[in-house]
Design a protein around this ligand. Structure first.
Ligand code: HEM
Ligand SMILES: *[C@@H]1O[C@H](CO)[C@@H](O)[C@H](O)[C@H]1NC(C)=O
Ligand SMILES: *[C@@H]1O[C@H](CO)[C@@H](O)[C@H](O)[C@H]1NC(C)=O
Ligand SMILES: *[C@@H]1O[C@H](CO)[C@@H](O)[C@H](O)[C@H]1NC(C)=O
Length: 345
């Protein structure tokens, strides 16, 4: 049973709010009122056990939420395109650790061992200040209504759309965690040295298919990586030697250069397009894990399709983002709506 009264009143036609057959059977207005009250009561009970994400979750409680997020993300991405990539990655790193619950946004404290300080995230994740600014705007607009986890999901969609990628309907109603999971961040986020079968397993562990994994990796069509994450790949066999040679000077072989950056997509670094896959065909994947998708294995055929048919990539990417956004959300009365995304209330 869905929680129609609380979540969907503005976008559902009135006739569907109350079972229309029951409506037709009775002409008594007190009967309608009885149905209304029972529905409200049942709604309260069932929202805990059966709550699910819906596109119009905020249409009554915060109708301007999505346009507010869109405006702030688009402005930031215009000023600095990489911000789009960073926001998409935040949503991914949130969802893969205890589900999409904004656990990634919690700062270290006496009670929280943050995910930010986990190996895959430290000196790497970015965009936190922009999420703070969006949250502050939404707290002024509709205090206590919009979760940090939903902000991440919508910001990821807006980032992709702002840089000429696909758009999709974001499902909403996630709530924010009371905990972070540092060890989960260290174990559940795939590292760049993984093989194709390890990558496949790490996505399968989150309920995502091989196809989802190949499509979602296309997010490496924008953004940057640090030398520490691709230096070893420069000396592997499955890389264009000319491409490797252009990257070596900045990277060197010393850990002093570990934080130097290179574009994940060497051809169109600030556009969400299918060039990531074309690069892979040319042995120009930046990370070992990228090139694993085109290294004589089962992903080769998908990479070829995406490189020739961008619309197929866009459709698959959008669907896979919706799936990823559905990983173990907190709903109903679980968790909370944080007032400040960096700490529990
Ligand atoms: C398939 C397994 C994946 C691996 C091994 C991986 C690994 C990495 C690594 C090592 C970096 C660079 C971090 C740094 O050097 O600081 C990176 C960046 C990035 N990743 Fe992934 N990633 C994977 C999947 C994904 C997915 C599923 C998404 C989103 C849907 C994503 C989005 C991004 C973006 C956008 C960046 C650039 C961020 C920025 O410039 O701030 N990645 N990834
Ligand atoms: C942290 O993540 C690990 C790996 O997914 C999981 O086994 C563990 O139960 C999580 N811990 C908490 C407290 O959620
Ligand atoms: C990679 O190869 C270059 C040039 O051959 C060499 O200078 C460098 O030490 C190697 N680096 C690693 C990490 O093996
Ligand atoms: C780094 O590589 C260069 C050659 O590319 C070599 O001359 C130098 O000794 C290496 N340094 C270290 C610390 O390995």
């Amino acid at each position: 049973m869905r929680c129609l009264f609380f979540e969907q009143t503005s976008s559902i036609p009135p006739s569907t709010l109350i079972n229309s057959q029951e409506m037709a059977r009775s002409s008594s207005s007190s009967f309608f009122f009885f149905i209304f009250l029972s529905s409200v009561a049942l709604c309260g009970l069932h929202s805990v056990a059966q709550a699910q994400l819906t596109p119009n979750f905020y249409s009554t409680s915060c109708p301007l939420a999505l346009t507010t997020i869109r405006t702030l993300v688009r402005t930031a991405v215009l000023l600095q395109p990489r911000m789009g990539a960073s926001l998409v990655r935040l949503h991914f790193h949130d969802c893969f650790v205890n589900g999409c619950d904004a656990s990634v946004l919690l700062d270290d404290s006496t009670t929280i061992q943050s995910e930010k300080s986990a190996v895959p995230n430290m000196n790497s994740l970015r965009g936190f200040e922009l999420i703070d600014a969006i949250k502050a705007a939404l707290e002024l607009l509709c205090p206590g209504k919009v979760s940090c986890a939903d902000i991440l999901a919508v910001a990821a969609r807006e980032s992709v759309a702002a840089l000429r990628g696909p758009t999709w309907t974001v499902l909403l109603g996630r709530r924010d965690s009371l905990i972070a999971n540092r060890s989960g961040a260290n174990t559940d986020l795939p590292p760049p040295f993984f093989s194709l079968s390890q990558l496949t397993q790490s996505f399968a562990d989150k309920g995502l298919s091989f196809g989802d994994m190949v499509a979602l990796s296309g997010a490496h069509t924008f953004g940057k990586a640090r030398c520490t994450n691709f230096r070893a790949h420069l000396n592997e066999s499955n890389i264009d030697p000319t491409f490797a040679a252009t990257l070596r000077p900045a990277c060197g072989n010393s850990s002093a250069n570990d934080n130097n950056l290179a574009n994940l997509d060497v051809s169109t670094p600030n556009t969400f397009d299918n060039a990531y896959y074309t690069n892979l065909l040319n042995r120009r994947g930046l990370l070992h894990s990228d090139q694993e998708l085109f290294n004589g294995g089962a992903a080769d055929a998908i990479v070829r399709t995406y490189s020739t048919t961008p619309s197929t990539f866009f459709t698959d990417f959008a669907n896979a983002m919706i799936k990823m956004g559905n990983i173990s959300p907190l709903t109903g009365t679980s968790g909370q709506i944080r007032r400040n995304c960096r700490r529990v209330n």
